[in-house]
Every structure is written in structure tokens, then in C-alpha cells.
Ligand binder design. Sequence first.
Ligand code: F6P
Length: 551
Amino acid sequence: MPYPVIGVSPRQLPEWAALVGHAKELAKTDLRHLFAEDPGRLAWSTFEVGPLHIDLSKHLIRQETLVLLENLARARFLPDAITAMLTGEHINVSEDRAVLHTALRNGANLAGPVDGIDVGVEVEKVLTRMEQFARAVRANQRVGCTGKPFTAIVNIGIGGSDLGPAMVTKALYDFSDKSRAVYFVSNIDPIAIDEVFNRCDPETTLFVVVSKTFGTLETLTNAKAARQWLLKALGEHEDAVEKHFVAVSTNADLVSSFGIDTENMFGFWDFIGGRYSVDSAVGLAIMLAIGPERFRSFLRGFASIDQHLRETPLSHNVPVLLGLLAVWYRNFFGAQSQAILPYSQRLARFPAYLQQLTMESNGKSVRIDGATVDYDTGAVYWGEPGTDGQHAFYQLLHQGTVLIPADFILFAEPLGGPDAQQDLLFANGLAQTRALAFGRDDAELEELGVPAQLRPARRMPGNRPTTTILAQRLTPEVLGALIALYEHSVFTQGVIWGIDSFDQWGVELGKELASELVPILTSAGAPVLDPFDTSTADLVSRYRHMRGRPT
Ligand code: F6P
């Protein structure tokens, strides 16, 4: 299998050069002309995938562009890469691990064991245990140490152990059991856990401590604070921790040394990356909220995209095309960022979730073969729900000097509230994609009676690319499909760039340096600051002074 390509920069490829030339050609035209020149444009640029309709027509592309991008994908052996990922090859090279989040939603597709583990069977075993537990909690059979049912679930985790469950629980609130509140604590800022303590009653609170490594400072610190809070109120009950704490982790030893019985632990495996783990046991809080059946339907949404990825030729493979379009703008138009604009209040945390998925995955400047890249990799992902964003930053999208491709995520049906407002919401989203694509020129301004001197300020250049993702309603299945779409787009980008999208060494140094600083900030006597740079030393002194410690 020639994937991964070793020792070759994608920039050296004739397929890359062809795209450079093609981008120059396209720069001579615009979306108005692209639509006018090809009445059949929608036929090749819109797709149905799982429960989603995807419209790529408002991109700065011709049909030929997709062919040229596909050629680049083939030159980087993308089909081999997809097979390697789906069959459990160790494509996470720097950590020597398989990458098998797809097995979480249909492990039965794997031909045999991976690294000695029968993944499909193990995934199903954990799911069944999660389901038993969730059913018992939801039926008030699994109760606290004083016999009271749980009214609050507190997920303690950070990064992939927080963003996924927090985003999905919010997104699927309308499908959840409202008799139990679900809280998320991630930040080590003491006020974060304190807010939860103020809202919860120890007798009726269940803590779900989620950490793949069970070694993450923020999570363990918050979990210890939670244990202390619980024991302060319920310490006379020997089984307080056993009844009020469960863990989700790959590290049984550390779970047990924290004091959580491994009977109360839900496992996953090294081949599930933190940011790809929302559909593993990491989603326990989601299952507690929406119930096992809806969680299964969430998984089916992912599986529909996985199947599409596996079975569809590159030319019609939607997550692949989305990944290739990201490369198109990043490398051939110099786009620095990508906006994510969900027209759904429930998806308010979706951009933050995607930030970890995309930026921790593709924020790399060294290829798998160790060479430093000579081209741009991962873009900055950001966004806010429409229509709030329209009244904040869309001005820059429309008339700013930078090109920012944007994903519009639209729904036909509301999740509640006055039905007619959905029409207004949808109209706004659709209108924005039109305005971004086609703008408003001087002739139109003149027709509207805008005086000549005001026309430059009111001119809308248009030609700003967007993807429209449309679904009937934000259901568990739709959300699973949406996430999987981005997961595979991220992978496609990483394959083109030749980077490892599944490690995250860049976050390690900061963690190390923070541990080094804690004793310096807290020591009883004035610390020796000579080893530090002058800025750090000065800030340490100021902090100690503000905290009333000797300097
Ligand atoms: O700091 C980054 C990171 O390693 C993420 O990749 C991960 O999702 C997060 O920390 C939390 O890690 P853990 O689940 O091991 O606590």
C-alpha cells in the first residue's frame, strides 16, 4: 500500500501544479458567470448523503475543478488511506496506533481483530454496559447512597472528553429527559466547578469523570474537588464514591487509584482519539440524557456517512469533496480560516467542537515522513450560530479583504417555539449564501437609486464561497451524520498534506511547563527565578505579590 506517501511534498506533484494553473483561470471569473455559463451546475455540485443534502454549487469551482482535486487525491493515495484507516492499520504513525472511531458505529465491518482485539465485539460489550447503566439511572433504579434518584449528572472532562458530550447534549436537548440536569465542568478555573456545586445537591448528583488517559491535570483536579465536596456531605456513607462516581477511560489502573471501582468504569481504547470519541463511552452523559435508543440512532447517523465514505467513488464522495475544497481554498486561494455557521441555536457549541476536531488534527507543520511542510495546512475554524453572527462579524465576510469560506448548516423544521420563526431563520441563512455568492454591483445599486458617491461603500463584491448543508430537522441521526462528515473531511485534508491528523504533540509542552510553574508560584519562600526568562520571572513575582506571597 503506497499510503502514506513518504518523501514527497504534494507541491512537487504535477497534479498540484495543475490546480495552481486552474485557480488562476478561475480568478478571472466569478460565481455569477460560473452559474450563467453552466445551466447544469446543480446536477454535479449537489449531493444526498445519509440524511443530509449538500450543496457545493456556491463554490469557486467548475466541474473540472473537482476532477483536478480528485487527481491530487489519487496522487496522495487517498483511497488507500481510507482503506488503511477503516481496516485498522497504524495510520497514527507518531503514536503507532490504529485509528478506529468508525468501528464505534459499525465495528462489525472489520474483517478480523485489530492488534489482538476483536473491536466489533468489544465495542458492543461496552455499549451494552452503558445501556444497562443508563436505563437504570433513567428509571431511578440506580440511585445515590442515600437512596435518592439522581437529578443532576456532572460530566468532568476536558478537550475531547468534554467538547463532544457538551455539544451533543446541548444540541439534542429536545430529545432528552428533562428530569435530570446535565452539567459540564472542564476548566480548571475554580469557579467552574463551584458553579456546579452551587446548583447541585450531593445526595442526587452523579459525577461522570471522563479522561482517556486519566492523567489530565484539569480533570483530575476537578474530580478531586468533586469527591471532597461529596464526602463532606455524605462521608458517613461508605459507598458514597462508589454510588456517585463513574469513570470513562482507557486507563483502569489510574481510575482505580483515584478510588473509582473499575466495575463503575466504561472503557475505550487507544485507537479512539479524544477528539474522535464522542460516540464511544465518552458519550455516556449523552446517553444518560437522550436514552440508549436515541444514542443508537446517533450512531446510525455516523454509520451512514462511514458507509458512503467506504463505498462511494472519490468524484461523488461528499466528505472527501469537502476535505478537498478545504485544501483548494487553503493552498490555492490563501484562505486562512473557515467559518462554521449553524442556523440552529442548539448547535451553538458546534463550532467549538469542530475547533478541536479540525485544529488539533491538522494544526501540524511536519509531515509523517518528518519533513517540514512547504505549504499551508489546517485553517482556523470558528463560528457562531446564525442569525447572531449576522449582526456581529458577517460584515467582514461580505466586504472584508480576506476570503473566508463558510459552511451554512440549515434545517427545515424547528425543534420548538413559534413555527413561523423557522421560515425567518431559514430565509436569513439562505439570503446570506446568496449575498455572499452574488453580491450587488454598481448597476444594481444604480437601479435602486443609490447615489454614485455612495456606491463604492455599498458595493457587495460577492464571489465568497459557501457550502450549504440542509437537513429536515436536527435529530440524533442528523447530528451523527454531520459530525462524521467533518471527521472524514479532516482526514482527507491530512492525507493530502501528508500529516498525522491523529496525534497532538503540540499541546504537551505547555502542560509540562505549567507543572513546572505550580511550585514556583506556590512555594512558601521566595523562589529562585534565575532559570526563567525575564518576562516570566517578572510575571511570577507580580502574581506572588498579588497573592500575598513573599517575592
Ligand atoms: O490536551 C489535549 C488533549 O490531549 C486532547 O487531545 C484530549 O481530548 C484532552 O487533552 C483530554 O485528554 P484526556 O481525555 O486524556 O483527559
